[in-house]
Design a protein around this ligand. Structure first.
Ligand code: TRP
Length: 333
């Protein structure tokens, strides 16, 4: 069976964009592949953060993923498998300074820090971020990595590093991981439908998957429909986004009926918004219930996540024993 690895940073909330763009797809992939999904807390240390906040967000994200349908045995917390960092060191020694400076995510994030006068926070960790990501993937010999297009460059780097390792140490040891770009709905910010739904834009720009249902309704109600700059005869991005949400939630009946109204020039935005709000609420309602169940059994669920991390760690430890052997490091007997 081919195997899959992916990771998500513990960012606090999980929003509809994350769900439709990644997590829902991961849940489905579990039926066809051996899967491992990591809450990548080491990665979250590359930007300024608070210790207590990180720990809380790591648990939160793990619980969210379980509530969405990720199987507990497929879930791990990255820092409970410290071999990721060990492999990252080995791979870092095979990665050139030049290729890391060409990573667009590094350029974006370091520019962002520099522009806000935080140059000193452009850390070596931020620079090495893609090497750690390569280690995440290679340590499990993953065949496929479901990611968004924004991660394409990091995946290419992972393949280059794997190839270099194999060449350097004279063995086809690491698999060349392929990205898995599944067609997923692109969800935009309800407050600014010219931008992708994202946490970094601020609270009104994303719809929290586990958020309060009244708040979700309010957000949809105040979603931007006409931005005034859409050429006549074209659907404005805000309205398109609302239709896209209906489709993403698989409410095709409402989608098609309202689209009919739109085409007949008879669509009331208030009707569209009401349908979207109802549809989102019925999507998130069972997820919220599932989360409440998990939270009611917090200690056991946390123990389960620890156990599955220990189990998944065994595979990583095996890889590290072999890597130590191949690279000239010592192994304890
Ligand atoms: N860099 C990825 C992101 O920002 C997160 C990530 C870390 C990841 N390690 C990974 C994704 C390994 C896939 C595989 O989305």
């Amino acid at each position: 069976m081919k195997n899959i690895l992916s990771g998500i940073q513990p960012t606090g909330d999980l929003h509809l964009g994350n769900y439709f763009g990644a997590v829902q797809n991961w849940v489905r992939l579990q039926d066809a592949y051996e899967c491992r999904f990591g809450v990548v807390d080491y990665h979250s240390m590359t930007m300024p953060y608070k210790a207590e906040q990180l720990r809380e967000n790591t648990w939160k994200m793990a619980f969210y993923l379980l509530a969405c349908g990720i199987k507990p045995e497929n879930l791990f917390v990255q820092s409970l498998v410290p071999e990721h960092v060990e492999l990252a060191w080995v791979l870092g020694c095979l990665t050139s300074y030049g290729e890391l400076t060409r990573m667009t995510q590094f350029k974006d994030k370091s520019d962002q820090l520099r522009e806000t006068d935080k140059e000193s926070l452009v850390s070596a960790g931020l620079f090495l971020y893609p090497v750690l990501q390569a280690a995440d993937i290679l340590i499990y010999h993953a065949d496929y990595v479901p990611v968004g297009k924004d991660q394409e460059q990091h995946l290419e780097l992972s393949r280059n590093i794997a190839q270099r390792f194999n060449y350097q140490f004279g063995k086809e040891y690491f698999v060349h991981p392929e990205p898995l770009f599944t067609e997923t709905p692109k969800i935009l910010s309800p407050a600014d439908p010219n931008k992708k739904m994202s946490k970094s834009l601020g609270e009104k720009h994303y719809i929290n998957l586990f958020g309060d249902e009244d708040r979700v309704r309010k957000q949809i109600k105040s979603a931007v429909t006409d931005t005034g700059d859409t050429p006549s005869g074209e659907m404005s991005p805000g309205v398109k986004n609302l239709f896209e949400l209906l489709r993403a939630c698989n409410n095709l009946a409402a989608h098609d009926a309202l689209m009919g109204d739109y085409q007949a020039g008879a669509l009331k935005y208030s009707d569209l918004k009401e349908a979207v709000a109802d549809t989102i609420v019925s999507l998130i309602h069972p997820l919220r219930e599932r989360l409440a169940e998990l939270n009611a059994d917090k200690r056991n669920v946390k123990a389960q996540i620890q156990d599955s991390s220990v189990e998944i760690r065994k595979r990583a430890q095996q890889t590290m024993r072999e890597v130590r052997e191949l690279t000239g490091l010592l192994n304890l007997k």
